[in-house]
Structures are given as structure tokens and as C-alpha cells.
Design a protein around this ligand. Structure first.
Ligand SMILES: [Zn+2]
Length: 99
């Protein structure tokens, strides 16, 4: 009968390359609980990967709320331009159908 327990045996520390490989899926919550745990641990311990994960989170937040005021001016300008272009096209195609 084994008396000694090794709870930390299964939780191996993950390397930087592994963390970066799964960073995308980790941030999208597409990895299983165990890997999420290990990646979260690594991101906390490793300043390099922690900074990368932070930047990726920021990028995701900006992309998700593209119309929000946090979006950089250039991105807002591009969205505004594409909106006005489609607006103009709509107007032209709408007025061209005269009876
Ligand atoms: Zn790392």
C-alpha cells in the first residue's frame, strides 16, 4: 500500500514554447481545465509570457468592441471610412433605380 501521495506529479510546469503555442486557445477558453491551469500558472510566473498574454487580451478586447472609444484612432478612421463607403454605395444604387 502506498502511503506517500504525489499531488504535483501530474501538474508539470509548461515551457515558454508550449505556453505560446496554446496562448490563443487559452485566451479563447478552448483548452481543457488542466492545460488552462498550467498556462495560467506559467503566465503568472513568467514575465515574458505574462506580458504577451496581457497584450493579446488587450488586442482581443479592442477587436471585440471595435466601435468602443478604446480603439486606436487609425482603426476608428478605417471603420468610419468603410462605413461611409458602403453608405455611399447604398445611396447610389438606391437612386439609380428610377421609375
Ligand atoms: Zn514563458
Amino acid at each position: 500500500m502506498s502511503a506517500s501521495q504525489t499531488p504535483n506529479n501530474s501538474a508539470q510546469p509548461c515551457s515558454c514554447s508550449e505556453a505560446l503555442r496554446y496562448l490563443d486557445r487559452f485566451l479563447d477558453h478552448e483548452v481543457d481545465a488542466e492545460l488552462t491551469d498550467r498556462l495560467a500558472q506559467h503566465v503568472t510566473d513568467c514575465p515574458h509570457c505574462g506580458r504577451l498574454a496581457d497584450a493579446e487580451r488587450h488586442l482581443r478586447a479592442i477587436i471585440r468592441s471595435r466601435c468602443a472609444e478604446q480603439a486606436p484612432p487609425q482603426l476608428r478612421e478605417r471603420i468610419r471610412m468603410s462605413l461611409s463607403v458602403s453608405c455611399t454605395e447604398f445611396k447610389i444604387s438606391g437612386s439609380s433605380s428610377g421609375f
